[in-house]
Design a protein around this ligand. Sequence first.
Ligand code: AMP
Ligand code: ZN
Length: 117
Amino acid sequence: MAGEPQDDCLFCKIVAGQVPATIVRETKTTVAFRDINPQAPTHILVIPRAHHRDAAALAAADPALAADVLRETQAVADEEKLDSYRIVFNTGSGAGQTVWHAHAHVLGGRGLQWPPG
Ligand code: AMP
Ligand code: ZN
């Protein structure tokens, strides 16, 4: 069921403390941790504690929680002292989504090309 922890979900396990992660911020509703395979000097993932399969499902099921995730991306960028940064929600396998628990990538600390690949 949407929002419930999923046994086979890596990010639910990080939320539950069953898989280690380098956590940089936590709120009542979100967790932010460093990506294990960083694509930029700063590469942090912000996730809702509740399980939703992607950003669209999250926004549809719980808009306030989606806003919490967005607010946290700004908090992470502030803590990392990023003036410019990119927020990415890969949605669908064709766009590179590999973990089916909604997450915002916060990328910064280097010049970022536009358009992206
Ligand atoms: P996506 O490809 O958009 O679904 O993003 C999933 C991200 O999770 C990738 O950037 C991975 O490097 C990252 N990732 C996978 N496993 C872990 C982990 N155990 N801890 C932190 N980040 C992870
Ligand atoms: Zn999950």
